[in-house]
Design a protein around this ligand. Structure first.
Ligand code: FCB
Length: 486
């Protein structure tokens, strides 16, 4: 469905470079990555507190105890967002801050933080976009079995009701989960994320329960939120590509697409798990027992928007081509596979492509293709890019500036990809840059800087990087600058 383009494009008129009316410009963070205040006002540990405090799990022994201290500095941070011209802020709620044991009544002091944050945003004219779960399960629920246990979905439904009650009058866009693939397969498969378990069967069970918890949360939100509120889920859909045109590599790509993407989009958007996924993983779980009557109907409750996070494509082949494991370490290396049932697929880094500080290859066409693929496979479903961005080795110059031309180029390329997808028919409603500011990058601790705002962790001073000024300008124009002028 690629539109025919003239060989020599005329110098673009300003209208051609503008984004659709109403296109939302935002930036994103997540609770454990920015808030800090880990033990304040009644908050109890989540699995990420436990994991980061376990020696050897996180680079340099870093933890989210203080992080970017957003809990105390949110007013200044919102002021900065306003100054940059952001129209929306995507943040997540720390479950163990508002419901410390993951059960029972909420803690008002915890809820107050989010009420104040949301009020501050609304006051600044910035739309709050709340994610209920960005990987930080209350530790007590993990102690009771965590996501591999079905009962955790009951807990999540209760927690959702608490949050809808507390913020439903002022937050109009709600996301159930951020990247459930990471929660299930990095948390319970490769073990590079909390809770650090390496049990392929548990990872699959977790995936089903995350799906079910999503569906149950959508039901709660629909019941409790006023008409007009938007519900969504954010998936890190893998843009999977076979290394060669061989049938074997196509099969490797199919397998990774099944356990990376369709394990979520299947039940959520089509009301069924893909047959090939069930076959690939039948030796690990008895799906006929795991998926109970009514589950698929619950999981497939419609969402208003699908959030898509994209950073880099995934290049795969059969194992014969070697390099097994390489490129398989997104978010951290492990001897255990995050791909249950497809452990032997080999991962590759494309040659000749620039990479970010995460060693992720830079490929804006991957985002274009992803948006077009999802639009084709799920027509009529509005999309939102809920994360996109890059880590580079940023530093403060003697003059006190942070120049990040690579990030500007990355953002420009990916926003151009979004714009091309929109021009070619994809219904993309907005874009959230990851991240508003440098933060705790999970297993990499503070060693990777994704922010468009630099954080000097010693002083907690914020310094907008050159890319922040560039992004601000894009927002103001509602258009990309012509190439070369950025
Ligand atoms: C995504 C996560 C986000 C951040 C970026 C770099 O997978 O959702 O928290 O770690 O990667």
């Amino acid at each position: 469905m690629t539109a025919v383009r003239p060989d020599i494009a005329p110098k673009q008129a300003p209208e051609a470079t503008r984004f659709p009316t109403g296109f939302v410009w935002g930036a994103a963070t997540a609770a454990y990555q920015v808030e800090g205040a880990a033990a304040e006002d009644g908050r109890t540990p989540s699995i990420w507190d436990t994991f980061s405090h376990t020696p050897g799990k996180v680079h340099n022994g870093d933890t989210g105890d203080i992080a970017a201290d957003h809990y105390h500095r949110f007013r200044d941070d919102v002021a900065l967002m306003k100054q940059l011209g952001l129209k929306a802020y995507r943040f997540s709620i720390s479950w163990s801050r508002v419901q410390p044991t993951g059960r029972g009544p909420a803690v008002e002091r915890g809820l107050d933080f989010y009420r104040k944050l949301v009020d501050e945003l609304l006051e600044a004219g910035i739309a709050p976009v709340a994610t209920l779960y960005h990987w930080d399960l209350p530790q007590e629920l993990e102690d009771a079995g965590g996501w591999p246990q079905r009962v955790t979905t009951d807990r999540f439904a209760d927690y959702t009701a608490i949050m809808a009650g507390a913020l439903g009058d002022r937050v109009t866009t709600w996301t159930t989960f951020n990247e459930p693939w990471c929660s299930a397969f990095l948390g319970y498969g490769s073990g590079v994320h909390a809770p650090g378990r390496t049990e392929p069967a548990s990872a699959l069970r977790a995936a089903h329960h995350l799906n079910l918890a999503h569906g149950r949360a959508i039901e709660v939100l629909r019941d409790q939120l006023p008409a007009g509120a938007q519900t969504s889920v954010t998936l890190n859909l893998h843009q999977v590509r076979p290394l060669t045109a061989s049938a074997a590599d196509a099969d490797a790509a199919r397998r990774i697409d099944a356990v990376g993407n369709r394990i979520f989009t299947g039940p959520m958007l089509r009301g069924e798990y893909p047959e090939d996924l069930l076959a690939d993983t039948a030796h690990l779980v008895d799906w006929s027992k795991l998926v109970q009557d009514g589950d698929l109907a619950a999981i497939s409750r419609p969402v208003d928007v699908l959030g898509i996070n994209y950073y880099t494509p995934t290049l795969v082949s059969t194992p014969e081509k070697g390099e097994s494991g390489s490129g398989n370490d997104v978010h951290g290396a492990s001897e255990f596979s995050p791909w249950p049932g497809s452990e032997h697929v080999a991962f590759h880094l494309p040659e000749g492509k620039a990479r970010t500080a995460m060693n992720w290859s830079i490929d804006p066409n991957g985002l274009y293709n992803l948006l077009m693929d999802v639009s084709r496979d799920h027509p009529g479903l509005p999309l939102m890019v809920t994360e996109n961005g890059a880590a580079f080795d940023d530093y403060v110059s003697p003059e006190g500036r942070v120049e990040d031309p690579e990030r500007i180029a990355y953002l420009h390329g990916h926003l151009d990809a979004v714009q091309r997808a929109v021009a070619d028919g994809a219904d993309v409603r907005g874009y959230f840059l990851w991240s508003l500011m440098d933060n705790f990058e999970w297993a990499y601790g503070y060693s990777k800087r994704f922010g468009t705002v630099y954080v000097d962790y010693a002083s907690q001073r914020r310094i907008p990087k050159a890319s922040a000024h560039w992004y601000s300008d894009v927002i103001r124009r509602h258009a990309l600058p012509e190439a070369g002028l950025s």
